[in-house]
Design a protein around this ligand. Structure first.
Ligand code: DOR
Length: 430
């Protein structure tokens, strides 16, 4: 494999605290040198990064790739393309496929198919319970042996407290987190939007903030008791933030994430009845949005994860009450987060940290940093490039985005994964 020289870009690497203009040389699958100036030599592919940012390849620990079983919504190939177009070089995919990823055989299938596609690094998250039913533990050891890096029933909560307790206890043996979608199903019922002013205005059935918070509290109590590792999916309420802060202050082994859509949108957008605004947990009221932004900045919320949930037209072109929950997020995540940075709602360093080294550390992945000898996973971003979100141009099969038509500033121009150029000039290079 030839060498790639990235010249004159601003390297922002929160892992090392570096923020400086440098040249970066990639040889094979590794970054071989970082220096103020590296001489161009024959057989080097040179990338002129002047005026651009050079970041670690982004890491997303919450992605639905839908394969096996729901390939009409997304598959490992289309999801990989969407990832690298969005600047992600490492993604973790959830288990709510068909069949569910609850055995080593399914985990191995995903790992092997991801390698065949070969665009980005894909790590499966196995199920906590067989069939996501919350009754019996899944084959956790078998899945870990085949490459699973965490377990989660996401899409559903682990409703059964006794099983959740056992999962937290058992996974200590493997050193992996139990990742929970916190939702009390009795409280959320058949709700479809946040319970508040806009559920009243639209007449759509509400999901109270307490549906999330009750489960966050339960999980923290169980993690404290078992000393297991808990990671909480898509935090969306001010009350959850308070509980998480309390848990962390007490020393519970606890981390959590927030999505770009919960950071950027309030429930006001549901007045359009656009089913692309329907997501679980629902978009919340302003006080919640401000609380999750502040918590992310302070580190109470550790990371940003997309909850990339692609769906087909058949799932979304229906009445609001019948539509599937979910937002296709890989190709808009960085742009939406940079909009918040440009508006002063988040700091740039914290935003990048929350999309690179912080998630890699929580999931124990060798990713999310740029250093000599480290993996050659790098993204080049043009911070001044303005673009309009046009889902018809997504690589993802999921065109379901509430950000369609948004004008964003800051775009991925190059993605390099494992030393290979996988995205360039707006195109995936397969
Ligand atoms: O909106 C959502 N969609 N939330 C989830 O937790 C699951 C996801 C999906 O799988 O579509």
């Amino acid at each position: 494999m030839g060498a790639i020289l990235i010249k004159g870009g601003r390297l922002i690497d929160p892992a090392s605290g570096r923020d400086e203009v440098v040249d970066i040389l990639i040889e094979g699958e590794r970054v071989s040198r970082i220096a103020p100036s590296i001489e161009v030599q024959e057989r080097m592919e040179v990338i002129d990064a002047e005026g651009k940012w050079v970041l670690p390849g982004l890491v997303d620990v919450h992605v639905h790739l839908r394969e096996p079983g729901y390939e009409y919504k997304e598959d490992i190939e289309s999801g990989s393309k969407a990832a690298v177009a969005g600047g992600f070089t490492t993604i973790c995919c959830k288990a709510n496929t068909n069949p569910v990823n609850d055995t080593g055989a399914i985990t191995r299938y995903i790992v092997e198919r991801a390698k065949e596609v070969g665009l980005c690094r894909i790590y499966p998250v196995g199920a906590v319970s067989k069939g996501l039913k919350g009754e019996e533990l899944a084959e956790i050891g078998d899945m870990v042996a085949n490459g699973a890096v965490a377990v989660s029933d996401d899409g559903r909560p682990v409703w059964n407290s006794e099983l959740m307790r056992r999962a937290l206890e058992y996974t200590k043996y493997f050193g992996i987190p139990v990742v929970d979608h916190c939702e009390d199903l009795a409280l959320s019922g058949d709700g479809v939007v946040h319970e508040g002013k806009y559920s009243a205005i639209t007449g759509l059935k509400g999901i109270p903030a307490s549906a999330e918070e009750v489960m966050v509290a339960r999980d923290i109590i169980l993690a404290r008791e078992t000393k297991g590792r808990l990671h909480i999916d898509h935090v969306s309420t001010a009350g959850s933030v308070k509980l998480i802060e309390m848990g962390k202050d007490e020393g519970v082994c606890l981390s959590c994430e927030v999505t770009p859509h919960h950071l950027a949108l309030t429930d006001e957008v549901i007045v359009t009845f656009d089913t692309d605004t329907k997501v679980n947990p629902p978009l919340r009221g302003e006080e919640h949005v401000l609380a999750v932004r502040e918590a992310l900045e302070k580190g109470i919320i550790d990371i940003i994860a997309t909850d990339h949930a692609p769906h087909g037209a058949i799932d979304k072109d229906v009445e609001y009450t019948k539509a599937a929950f979910g937002i296709s997020g890989l190709e808009t995540a960085l742009g939406v987060v940079l909009k918040l940075v440009n508006e002063g709602a988040l700091s740039l360093k914290r935003a990048i940290e929350a999309m690179t080294i912080a998630p890699a550390r929580i999931f124990g992945l060798d990713a999310g940093y740029v250093a000599e000898g480290g993996p050659a996973d790098i993204v080049v971003v043009d911070p001044d490039k303005e673009w309009v979100v046009d889902p018809s141009r997504f690589y993802s099969k999921g065109k379901n985005t509430p950000f369609k038509g948004w004008k964003l500033k800051g775009k991925v121009v190059i993605t390099i994964c494992n030393g290979k150029l996988v995205y360039k000039n707006g195109e995936v290079v397969s």
